[in-house]
Design a protein around this ligand. Structure first.
Ligand SMILES: [Fe+2]
Length: 145
């Protein structure tokens, strides 16, 4: 079986991860209100983790023989996650990021199914780890909203 579907699905995971990285950074910069410090710090933990993750996902696409998308134009075309709103309230930001965890988990699950089908254990492992990270983030954000 060809890896084409898998690399396509991984490109969506990369685009979603990068978009979520940028949105989380946006909210780190622009969050306001009583919860500023805790959310500013929490969002930093999240975007730092995502910054490392996008590199691993992109390099997996390279290992599978394709170019990794690396432009905002391509991310806009590929991503399921939408840009953030810097004027949102602190609680809207938390809710938005919590909702995005579901969106990215769907993209990861689609890629994971394909990785398992072609018995690509290394990519399966990466995607299982990404799923665990986003499930944990969903839980944490859900308690804050
Ligand atoms: Fe900062």
């Amino acid at each position: 079986m060809s890896n084409d579907n898998l690399t396509k699905a991984l490109k969506i995971v990369l685009a979603d991860s990068y978009t979520l990285y940028l949105k989380t950074h946006n909210y780190h910069w622009n969050v306001e209100g009583e919860r500023f410090y805790s959310l500013h710090t929490f969002f930093q933990t999240q975007y730092e983790e995502l910054a490392i993750a996008v590199d691993d996902i992109a390099e997996t696409i390279r290992q599978l023989g394709q170019k990794a998308p690396g432009s905002f134009k391509l991310y806009k075309e590929l991503a399921n996650i939408k840009d953030g709103n810097e004027n949102a309230s602190a609680n809207e930001m938390v809710k938005d990021l919590a909702k995005d965890q579901n969106i990215i988990m769907e993209s990861i699950t689609a890629a994971l199914d394909l990785a398992q089908k072609v018995q690509d254990e290394a990519t399966t492992d990466l995607l299982v780890q990404r799923l665990a990270v986003h499930r944990k983030a969903k839980w944490m954000l859900g308690t804050m909203a």
